[in-house]
Design a protein around this ligand. Structure first.
Ligand code: ATP
Length: 336
């Protein structure tokens, strides 16, 4: 059966890393058909819109999108197109794996293999009630956490652990200080955890979690947390394994899922053909898992690992002198 996905080639290095990624997916025999749609600066230049209706329609229809980084022009009515997409499709789970790979510039090269599951729609980042007093001296914000929002993200984390054979979920919170909001999240998390007796569950206060991540990252398996904590922790984890060039992410809702590289459009190297395609390729592997093609996802990750290990085609960000296309060809050649 052929699955059609929406593909957004994006801005800056976006088209370069997307073309490389699709070549590898085709070499993998993933059997995907692509509907190319536009968003971001490239869409704005062509259509006058940053997020055209046709793009929203394609994502709604196919329910799965692979997206390159987008540039949001300042002052065009959107603070972020990514945030707009998350809101439009209620993409409540932000899922960010952090895995050690060889020959990356990581201090913790061998032993990190964790996934951060961040609640994507609530809390401080929802922006509710943002106010600055007339004299500019006082600023306020409502931080709303709900039972429904907490339950579905914690359940997502436990289901992910079950599905992927992981053994432990760490609930990260600050319920000792943020008694109402983080307190509700923790209470609901405990209720959900009780329904998964086969998965170990532990709790960590967010500041301790950050210290533990730096000192003993190998103890973590799946982390689940609220929006703001998850934003910070997931970038910390990307740093543990060598930075954003290797960090994929997924934004998942009940009706749609968008897979991406975490990094931006890197305008400083756009058009030079030297961008590292690994983050988007790893995002494509997450997408294959989501499409219940775990065997294909595994072959893709193994080929990426083998290519990093061989270190014969690395792009400049990894210390090599290779090109995006050369890197992709080397990965495609190693698909088992
Ligand atoms: P944006 O405004 O789109 O977020 P940015 O340049 O502020 O762009 P990033 O795109 O994340 O932020 O880039 C940060 C740095 O990392 C830049 O120097 C960029 O060249 C580099 N970088 C990001 N992604 C890659 C990649 N895939 N390959 C190589 N270098 C990258």
């Amino acid at each position: 059966m052929t699955t059609t996905i929406a593909v957004i080639r994006g801005d800056g290095i976006g088209p370069e890393i997307m073309d490389a990624t699709l070549q590898v997916l085709d070499a993998l025999g993933a059997g995907l058909r692509y509907e190319f749609v536009e968003a971001g600066l490239s869409a704005y230049e062509k259509t006058g819109e940053l997020l055209p209706q046709a793009t929203l329609d394609a994502i709604a229809q196919h329910r799965v999108a692979l997206k390159s980084p987008l540039t949001t022009p300042v002052g065009e009515g959107f603070s972020s197109i990514n945030v707009a997409l998350r809101r439009r499709f209620d993409l409540y789970a932000n899922v960010r794996p952090a895995v050690s790979f060889p020959n990356t510039r990581s201090r913790f090269a061998q032993n990190v293999d964790l996934i951060t599951v961040r609640e994507n729609t609530e809390g401080a980042y929802a922006g509710e009630g943002q106010q600055v007093s007339e004299d500019g001296a006082t600023a306020t914000l409502i931080q709303k956490i709900t039972r429904r929002g907490s339950e579905r993200i914690v359940r997502y984390a436990f289901d992910l652990a079950v599905r992927t054979g992981r053994r432990k979920v760490t609930v990260v919170h600050k319920a000792n200080i943020l008694k109402s909001t983080s307190g509700l999240f923790l209470k609901v998390a405990r209720e959900v955890a009780a329904q998964y007796p086969a998965i170990e569950c532990n709790e960590l206060i967010v500041d301790n979690c950050c210290m533990q991540l730096v000192m003993r990252p190998e103890q973590f398996d799946v982390i689940v947390t609220t929006n703001l904590f998850g934003d910070i922790i997931s970038d910390l984890c990307a740093g543990l394994v060598g930075g954003l060039g290797l960090a994929p992410g997924a934004n998942i809702g009940a009706d749609a899922a968008i897979f991406e590289a975490v990094h931006g459009s890197a305008p400083d190297i756009a058009g030079k053909g030297i961008a590292n395609p690994c983050a988007l390729l790893l995002g494509a592997a997450q997408m294959l898992d989501h499409l219940q093609q775990a065997a294909l996802a595994g072959r893709l990750r193994d080929a990426i690992r083998a290519t990093l290990e061989a270190a014969d085609s690395l792009t400049p960000d990894l210390g090599g002198s290779g090109t995006t296309q050369g890197f992709a060809r080397a990965i495609a050649a190693r698909l088992g």
